[in-house]
Design a protein around this ligand. Structure first.
Ligand code: SAM
Ligand code: SF4
Length: 330
């Protein structure tokens, strides 16, 4: 069987596909207020996404996440999920969303077969939410989460980017919120993928500090991972008293590149082997020009073979990618 092996012995089975770079929020760590979006004609159609998915599955991909931009601003995502569900080889399909669209779409997504979602929520404070996202819609996100919970989604993961000077004092509040609602909380370290160049070493809160702060209030037990979970980017813990999970994704302070099994396809059909890749491979143009699947397979295989050893955020020669997070697909 074909597989996506790189020069460091890592096999890639985990694909993220962005369906749009458009978003109804403007998180300060992600995109600017006046973002210029990819023209519709350059976006992969759903048929093209299915076509690429089939190719990636033939190369060993078995885990897929739909993301964006905000995926739920693009009409028809439930239908796409249903089509993706027909691939028996995919044993895990999930979606990352800012939650706003869940009020109206959670049910359709569930009916389409989706069971796992990640909802991004950095603060429970309306004013801070507006500062972080430049929009006043916290209540809609909370309502979206509640709707998803009522539909039966399980697990629901809540992703939070903790930023020094903004949400330091929200860490324990978010942990309380997640515990009480049975959501799995994941703190992501702020990475230099923002569009406004606000990232600085003084702005991210290291995962260890986040865990210490929670542990001081709610004692935690570290989970020991094996098998597939080794390539999980999160360091996972359980609340000692109720078993619910909480984790941190310490991409900056403790990079996990050695175990990375992830690859990405942007909404305009560019293949990326790392969030921080400074080169990318255009797959959509050859597909539209009628290239044979074998040609596209070989483009993917060659790109993975040349995958970078790891990101260089902590190195002197770090180069920030041209694309910000919303254009890559987080
Ligand atoms: N719009 C959806 C959302 O916010 O969940 C999906 C796309 S968003 C780019 C995916 C994830 O990337 C979100 O959890 C978001 O918080 C995270 N993210 C965006 N910019 C980031 C950055 N500079 N550092 C760390 N995480 C970031
Ligand atoms: Fe939109 Fe998600 Fe980026 Fe926030 S993090 S601006 S919700 S794409």
């Amino acid at each position: 069987m074909k597989q996506l092996l790189d020069g460091f012995g890592r096999v890639h089975t985990n694909l993220r596909i962005s369906v749009t770079d458009v978003c109804n929020l403007r998180c300060i760590y992600c995109m600017p207020e006046d973002m210029v979006f990819i023209p519709d004609t350059s976006l992969m159609t759903y048929d093209e996404i299915i076509h690429f998915t089939r190719i990636f599955i033939g190369l060993g991909v078995n885990k897929l996440r739909i993301t964006g931009g905000e995926p739920l601003v693009r009409p028809g995502v439930p239908h796409l999920i249903k089509q993706l569900g027909q691939f028996d080889e995919l044993n895990d399909i999930s979606l990352t969303t800012n939650g706003i669209g869940l009020i109206t779409q959670a049910e359709a997504l569930y009916e389409a077969g989706l069971r796992r979602i990640n909802v991004s929520l950095d603060t429970l404070n309306e004013e801070k939410f507006e500062q972080m996202t430049r929009r006043k819609v916290l209540s809609r996100v909370l309502k979206g989460l509640k709707t998803a919970h009522e539909c039966g989604f399980n697990p629901i993961k809540v992703n939070a980017v903790a930023m020094r000077g903004f949400t330091d004092d929200e860490i324990v509040d978010l942990a309380t919120f997640a515990r009480e609602n049975n959501y799995q909380l994941r703190f992501i370290e702020f990475m230099p993928l923002d569009a406004d160049d606000i990232w600085g070493r003084n702005m991210f809160i290291p995962g260890k500090e986040i865990i210490d702060r929670i542990n001081n209030v709610y004692p935690l037990e570290q989970m020991h991972l094996n098998g597939d979970a080794i390539s999980d980017t999160a360091q996972r813990y359980r609340f000692a008293d109720n078993g619910n999970e909480v984790g941190v994704i310490p991409s900056v302070s403790e990079p996990f590149c050695d175990n990375c099994n992830r690859i990405r396809l942007t909404a305009d059909g560019k293949f990326r082997t790392c969030l921080f890749s400074i080169t990318e491979i255009d797959l959509l143009t050859p597909l539209r020009q009628g290239a044979d699947d074998v040609v596209i397979e070989n483009l993917i295989i060659d790109a993975v073979a040349k995958k970078e050893a790891g990101h260089k955020i902590n190195a002197a020669d770090f180069v920030k990618p041209e694309r910000n997070m919303s254009r890559i697909g987080g």
